[in-house]
Write a protein that binds this ligand. Structure first.
Ligand SMILES: C[S@@+](CC[C@H](N)C(=O)[O-])C[C@H]1O[C@@H](n2cnc3c(N)ncnc32)[C@H](O)[C@@H]1O
Length: 383
């Protein structure tokens, strides 16, 4: 399991993304119908912000290409080439991504005139494309990652479970500014009539049991002598889940969370930018249950459930956990012998996931329980 790819351990994130393919493709087709009226016929450009290692972005762009082929007559009579800029941080597994999207079953397998894949390896809080060049922007389960982390949470790993109000307020402000920056940059890059489709997760008040378990792990490891108190205090995952109301703030005429899921009765205008909010989709997700192995034995099924959860968390945390442990090891003077140091770090990383599993089992009363996560999607149109 060590070093497992995000793609192998992110079934529920991928399931959530698949759930919204029809919303993404509908946005793209509407945009291209509008372009046809204006006579534009060149390549179609899409940007996937925080695309990950390949599987999710491949499935999304394959759905977009299929929709363009199905609606060929309505969008111009001939197939426009779909050009996709896959965006993620420089450390992304780019070779895995290109092997997937250009591989025999990838959306870009045939190359032009059908489709082509490109990449932009830099933060999504910078420009990715020229002015008025993009038809579609998607950002799936990625806008919660902070580009800048103002100060560590003093009490644990997870923002939504922290009681450190000074730190969480500072994080919220930074994240809000990042959201505004994201909208401003994408607004400049989109063609008139282009769409942004953004998805993100919300957790129950206080974070819910799964996140509480993650929040506690470094403190438990410090109690048990595996890491120093200083490391436990400094270590936190730089992700902030903005409340729906804060994400909606830039738009006029929206009072709190919409009561229904889907298109708004009237699109809401952005206060400053030429962006209209067209739809807000929201639904409860319990992805863990979709993937729990079926077993006649309850105990076995619960074990499989917790194994799957740990493996899923491991998919997105392992790099960060390893860097916490490297820092801790160096502070403790464990860097004299390189081999010992590697073993020491690996042992602490393994202990992290053993502790996490025990904590998940304890907090959830030894039973499979709902994740307590909502999945939300905004559809935004450039006017
Ligand atoms: C949970 S994964 C989502 C991957 C994929 N979109 C999906 O739906 O499965 C979040 C991705 O966002 C990327 N990410 C985090 N911060 C980013 C930033 N500032 N700019 C671009 N990508 C970022 C991470 O590297 C990671 O690949």
């Amino acid at each position: 399991m060590m070093g497992e790819s995000y793609d192998d351990a992110s079934h529920w994130q991928q399931g959530m993304a698949r759930r919204w393919h029809s919303v993404v493709t509908e946005g793209m087709i509407k945009t291209l119908k509008g372009e046809r009226e204006r006579g534009n016929q060149g390549p179609v450009w899409a940007l996937d912000c925080g695309c990950g290692h390949g599987t999710a972005t491949e499935a999304m762009m394959a759905a977009v290409l299929n929709a363009m082929q199905e609606h060929r007559d309505e969008i111009g009579g001939h197939l426009r080439c779909l050009c996709v800029i896959h965006n993620d941080l420089p450390s992304n597994r780019w070779s895995e991504l290109f092997n997937t999207v250009n591989g025999p079953w990838g959306y870009a397998a045939e190359g032009p005139p059908t489709a082509m894949a490109f990449a932009s390896g830099k933060t999504m809080y910078e420009r990715q494309a020229p002015d008025e060049s993009l038809h579609l922007v998607v950002a799936f389960t990625s806008i919660h990652w902070m580009d800048h982390q103002p100060r560590p949470l003093s009490d644990g790993l997870v923002f939504q479970c922290s009681t450190d109000t000074e730190a969480t307020q500072a994080w919220l402000q930074v994240k809000q500014r990042e959201w505004e920056t994201f909208l401003r940059l994408r607004s400049a890059e989109l063609v008139p009539g282009g769409r942004i489709v953004v998805s993100w997760v919300e957790t129950e008040e206080g974070g819910g049991g799964k996140f509480k378990a993650i929040h506690n792990v470094m403190n438990i490891m410090a109690d048990d002598g595996w890491v120093s108190r200083e490391t436990a205090k400094k270590a936190c995952f730089p992700a902030t889940l903005l409340p729906m109301a804060t994400l909606l703030e830039p738009w006029e005429g929206i009072d709190g969370r919409p009561t229904t899921s889907g298109p708004l009765p009237l699109p809401a205008p952005h206060r400053e930018l030429p962006l209209q909010l067209e739809a807000v989709w929201t639904e409860d997700t319990n992805p863990a249950q979709q993937h729990t192995e079926t077993s006649d034995d309850d105990q076995e099924a619960d074990d499989a459930h917790f194994d799957k959860l740990v493996s899923s968390v491991r998919g997105w945390t392992e790099g960060m956990v390893t860097s916490f442990m490297v820092d801790d090891h160096q502070e403790a003077g464990g860097h004299h012998d390189a081999a010992d140091s590697v073993d020491g770090v690996a042992a602490k990383v393994e202990q992290f996931y053993v502790t996490l599993r025990e904590e998940l089992v304890r907090i959830n009363g030894h039973k499979d329980a709902p994740l307590g996560i909502k999945n939300n999607v905004f559809v935004i149109k450039k006017i």
